[in-house]
Design a protein around this ligand. Structure first.
Ligand SMILES: [Zn+2]
Length: 321
């Protein structure tokens, strides 16, 4: 008799425990459904919903933490509810640029009162810098393009050295379009000098010294081998066919003025402008050369031209010193 009573009591207790357990699971289950259906990120809740009344009796459950932090714009991922959340919401940082050099350029441009700089990759071939403080040693363009092949078709004049007007193949189409644009405007174009190898530059530099210039002065007229932009294959000297002499008076020709005004549309810049060049102490360290155009890509060319920046100044925005 005692055993039967005992078993009955144990049975009732077991049923009560099972019932409570089931009830508790369902509370959590429905609760989770509410979260999934409405989501704390939206700020919406079922009608009559009160966070305290639903989970107030179970303050230790992790689920409650979700509602304590419901003001946060966190995504409504049910699995994430189980993770304890920090008591103090972390301050939301400004979204940084993926490329740290771009963030630096934005900051530097803002400090100088310049508009937002373009998202260029300063490690790309278009941004290759060659100057007295950034020698490129014996760098060679990966593949050459020879514009003399198109001369007969386009009637654009090129020089008569054995390479004619060779450039990095990647800018050949753009250079040709640039020259054709000038020709279509009715102006005489002469592609005077494109790619020059380290050895050719060596020859030109030594020849300048042979003419009586000191090494230092010669270096402002003809770049030392390994520091000439012509060695990148990304530059071309362009003149008026009838005024091929390269001196500052070239700026008076209609050809130069058209090239200067339109170069950015083709991705080129006047590389050694008068107000940035002129001596070894100037920003470019080279003489003023209204004939020397450099490819940098359309976006960078427009920004540099619009804001009167030479390549050194443009790259300095991105941290290239
Ligand atoms: Zn040049």
């Amino acid at each position: 008799m005692k055993n039967r009573v005992g078993r009955t009591i144990i049975g009732i207790l077991a049923l009560l425990l099972l019932g409570f357990y089931t009830y508790r699971q369902e509370q959590i289950h429905y609760h989770s459904n509410d979260v999934a259906a409405w989501g704390p990120a939206t700020g919406l809740h079922p009608e009559g919903f009160q966070a305290d009344s639903v989970i107030g009796s179970e303050p230790e459950t992790p689920v409650q933490m979700t509602y304590e932090n419901e003001a946060q714009p966190a995504p409504a991922a049910p699995e994430a509810e189980q993770a304890p959340l920090p008591e103090e919401p972390a301050p939301v940082p400004e979204v940084p640029a993926a490329d740290p050099s771009l963030q630096l350029a934005r900051d530097n441009a803002a400090a100088l009162g310049l508009p937002e700089p373009p998202e260029v990759d300063i490690g790309s071939w278009e941004m290759l810098l060659a100057n007295p403080s950034h020698p490129i040693e014996t760098y060679q363009p990966p593949q050459m393009g020879y514009l003399n092949m198109t001369v007969s078709e386009t009637d654009i004049q090129t020089n008569y050295n054995p390479n004619r007007c060779a450039v990095d193949l990647r800018i050949a189409d753009q250079l040709l379009a640039f020259a054709l644009g000038c020709k279509d405007a009715g102006l005489p174009v002469y592609l005077s000098s494109g790619y020059r190898s380290y050895d050719e530059q060596s020859y030109l530099f030594q020849r300048k010294i042979g003419q009586g210039y000191s090494e230092e002065t010669a270096a402002t007229i003809v770049a030392r081998p390994g520091t000439s932009e012509h060695q990148t294959g990304l530059a071309c000297d362009i003149t008026d066919f009838y005024r091929e002499t390269k001196d500052s008076s070239l700026e008076d020709t209609a050809t130069y003025q058209w090239l200067r005004d339109n170069c950015a549309d083709y991705g080129f810049v006047v590389r050694y402008p008068a107000d940035k060049s002129g001596s070894a102490d100037s920003i470019t360290g080279i003489i003023y050369e209204p004939w020397h155009f450099r490819y940098v890509g359309v976006e960078a060319a427009r920004y540099m031209t619009d804001n009167n920046l030479c390549l050194e100044e443009f790259l300095a925005l991105y941290g290239v010193e």
